[in-house]
Write a protein that binds this ligand. Sequence first.
Ligand code: ATP
Ligand code: MG
Ligand code: FE
Length: 340
Amino acid sequence: PLILGIETSCDETGVGLVRGHELLGDQVASSVEQHVRFGGVVPEVASRAHLEAMVPTVQRALDSAGVKAADVDAVAVTAGPGLAGALLVGVSAAKAYAMALGKPLYGVNHLVGHVAVDQLEHGPLPKPAIALLVSGGHTSLLQVNDVATDVVSLGDTVDDAAGEAYDKVARLLELPYPGGPHIDKAAQRGGSSALRFPRGKWGDGTYDFSFSGLKTAVARHVEDADRSGSPLVVADIAAAFQDSVVDVLTRKAVDACVENGVSTLVISGGVAANSALRALAEQRCAEAGVELRIPRPRLCTDNGAMIAALGAEVVAAGLPPSSLDLATDTSLPVSMPLAV
Ligand code: ATP
Ligand code: MG
Ligand code: FE
């Protein structure tokens, strides 16, 4: 079956077309430039941008896949988690397409979509797999027994998300928003100093994360440098910050694999584009005998193909469609890949 996937949880209007594990079309319209001057996503602005981008983005996705709307067999949409108004635009559009086409509607979980998308690139996921989701809004470790029906949360951030920490530290260092790619780049020029920042929740026996103490440590370092008049070496601070983040993320993710006897780790979400995270994850997975799967960066950030990919799994599992009364759920738990 041909699945149309619609994603509007944050600031990307994503539309994907998937058949099984085959990616046929993937179009994304982002409103990120409209948020730059605010230093973060403004929900009202994001909702309006989704409204304007929705129909043209669906049309571009159909055209690029070389299919017609009438060929679609099912419509999948992000039901949550995400921004309330943004989710509502996507869910309303998906209901309209499903009704107009006379095809079933599936409201699916955005976070689980970030895991499901890997199958478009690397084929069927071994069962079980561990997934590390690292994005602007989330930092979660999941045990994925079955991507359509059985996902268990192992741990989460107790404060800031990893991407949020990158964005906040970038602001402290006067780097542009979104800060992740800028810190990644700056860090490649630094790292020679003896600077070392704390590792949040290191060795605490949980799979939880904490990044706000790290952010505060960076802020204090910047203040101290300002006060003493010593020059701020942005590259070294970026490198030391990044070392702390990727050390904890990869340590806990690999521990989760080893301690639960799981031999595959998937890393996804916008921060999975980070070069240091990729390099250290590769090294530690190789040492632990764990297979590492990271989708290409385009599929790691928010997109519609990930929602279509999860929709395809849900349809293949024979789960009943969502009702046309489907409501958005801003905090849909990962234990619900399919919203009712
Ligand atoms: P959600 O959390 O709901 O998935 P989001 O839009 O915040 O939504 P993504 O689009 O997946 O998440 O990722 C954006 C985040 O990824 C931003 O915080 C950005 O700074 C971070 N990011 C992007 N590239 C890199 C990189 N190379 N290194 C570190 N962080 C990065
Ligand atoms: Mg985004
Ligand atoms: Fe996301």
